[in-house]
Design a protein. Structure first.
Length: 483
């Protein structure tokens, strides 16, 4: 939200709670309403419901060391179950509009880097270990301390970078932007549409959705994002029924043959906590766990800071409310993801869509989590929203998060350069973790070369050293003969 809207959403004298639920979630206190929270919960669900399709595709398409594959139907159930339970727990325990589900990127590491070295049970055991270690970092206070050690302008840069990142995700997932195939012998990594021009009905749906969303936001219409998602889904259903369309991508907007289906919980509990140590070297296992922890740790950190800042919930010192509980729940989500064989679950940046709708409390999570619970039985009807109808929300929220750039002093190079790298690297490498790492390393380096090394918190020194290892992981693996 823009700054004026944030101020308006957080009145100096909070109105009294209308009932016990309002009081528990601090809905009125945070300047929200039940209607906003419900709209926000729906908006968040529709912008991240794709994970019910994408996670089974990524994990189900890979084979473990012994040639085994995970069942797609069971993966849908596991993905929906973990998202439902952990999102609701975050809402009640953390009281932030922050939904959780299987982490993209993390699931690819599990599927294509870890599983080929061991069995699926062993691979998911490593995910459980990763989550347990993150919980230890939270309990010891280290994870929270690192977040507090980050300078305010760098936190703002993280939010801006995430805004550009999710807007880019929206453009790419909708097909508005595509990667030029290597066979084209070009160095341009992306282009407009699939051929350098916009073509096809799906892209038109996305473009109309963007125009509708920004128009509604400019008019300050309540429920702008949700109205756009629902409207464009209906438009997509109509277009798909009358036009000859080759592909919509992951989700086709077609009325399903059946509304309900029976969930299959067969993958729940299929993991081996220490089995990986018998399948490969200890060094390899340690490096794999380190990669998972670092990605999960800083993806979550960036997401939590970005979403909370956008919701206007950071306190006077720039701290996230209930941060300890929020981080502990996020760590527990990683454990739950591994224990259910759905890969590590983490906080979702798509929660920004709900914040854009006005969500300010964990009550929105009850709606989002409830919809994921419904997806256990009504997956066919709840997954008809094509990305082209949901992606405009990501573009719009990207703009809203971009407004935080005004909190960065661009004349002060020692913070401006790290902030720029944080903002630029996230969308350009398609990774929140990479952007945070680039910003941290640059911040420590510049503070050192200008003679202000003593101003750098010791935790940032240690974290930057870990990021150097993270960025140099390939030569390190070659050095130890693990690759």
């Amino acid at each position: 939200m823009s700054e004026p809207q944030k101020v308006a959403d957080r009145p100096s004298a909070a109105p009294p709670a209308v009932n016990s639920v309002d009081g528990f979630f601090k809905i009125s206190e945070r300047g929200s309403t039940f209607a906003r929270e419900v709209r926000g919960g729906f908006a968040t669900f529709f912008t991240m419901a794709y994970i019910l399709v994408l996670n089974p595709i990524i994990l189900g398409s890979a084979k473990d060391k012994f040639g085994h594959q995970l069942d797609s139907v069971q993966l849908v159930t596991a993905t929906a179950l973990v998202a439902a339970v952990m999102t609701i727990i975050m809402g009640v325990g953390g009281n932030l509009p922050l939904a959780l589900a299987a982490g993209l990127g993390l699931n690819a590491v599990v599927a294509f880097q870890i599983a080929p070295l061991m069995s699926w049970d062993d691979a998911m055991g490593l995910v459980v270990l990763e989550g347990l270690l993150i919980c230890v970092l939270v309990v010891t206070g280290l994870r929270e301390a690192i977040m507090h050690a980050i300078p305010g302008p760098l936190k703002a840069a993280i939010g801006v970078g995430i805004g550009l990142f999710i807007a880019f995700i929206g453009f790419v997932d909708a097909g508005f932007v595509t990667r030029i195939p290597d066979i084209a012998s070009t160095t341009v990594p992306v282009q407009l549409g699939g051929t350098g021009t916009l073509s096809g009905w799906p892209v038109l749906v996305f473009c109309l959705g963007v125009l509708l969303t920004i128009g509604l936001i400019a008019r300050k219409v309540k429920g702008a994002i949700l109205i756009s998602i629902v409207t464009m889904t209906l438009v997509a259903l109509i277009i798909n029924s009358i036009a000859d369309i080759k592909s919509w991508g992951l989700t086709t907007p077609a009325w399903p043959d059946k509304i309900a289906d029976t969930p299959d919980f067969g993958l729940i509990g299929d993991f081996s906590l220490f089995g990986a140590f018998g399948e490969t070297t200890v060094i390899t296992v340690v490096l794999l766990i380190f990669t998972l922890i670092l990605s999960d740790f800083f993806d979550t950190m960036g997401t939590v800071v970005g979403i909370t800042a956008e919701a206007g919930l950071l306190d006077e010192e720039g701290k996230v409310p209930n941060l300890g509980r929020v981080l502990l729940i996020d760590g527990a989500a990683a454990v739950a993801g591994g224990a259910s064989s759905s890969s590590s679950a983490t906080s979702y940046i798509e929660s920004a869509a709900g914040v854009g709708e006005g969500a300010r409390t964990g009550f929105a999570n009850l709606i989002t989590g409830g919809l994921f619970a419904c997806a256990l039985f009504f997956t066919p009807i709840l997954t008809i929203v094509p990305m082209q109808a949901a992606a405009p929300a990501l573009v719009a929220v990207g703009f809203l998060m971009m407004t935080q750039v005004k909190h960065i002093d661009w004349d002060k190079y020692e913070i401006a350069i790290p902030a720029f790298l944080t903002i630029a690297v996230m969308p350009f490498t398609y990774s929140i973790t990479n952007g945070i790492g680039a910003g941290f390393v640059a911040y420590v380096l510049i503070k050192t070369v200008v003679g202000k090394a003593k101003e750098v918190h010791w935790l940032l020194w240690g974290t930057s050293a870990l990021f150097l290892i993270y960025f140099a992981i390939d030569p390190i693996q070659q050095l130890f003969g693990t690759k």
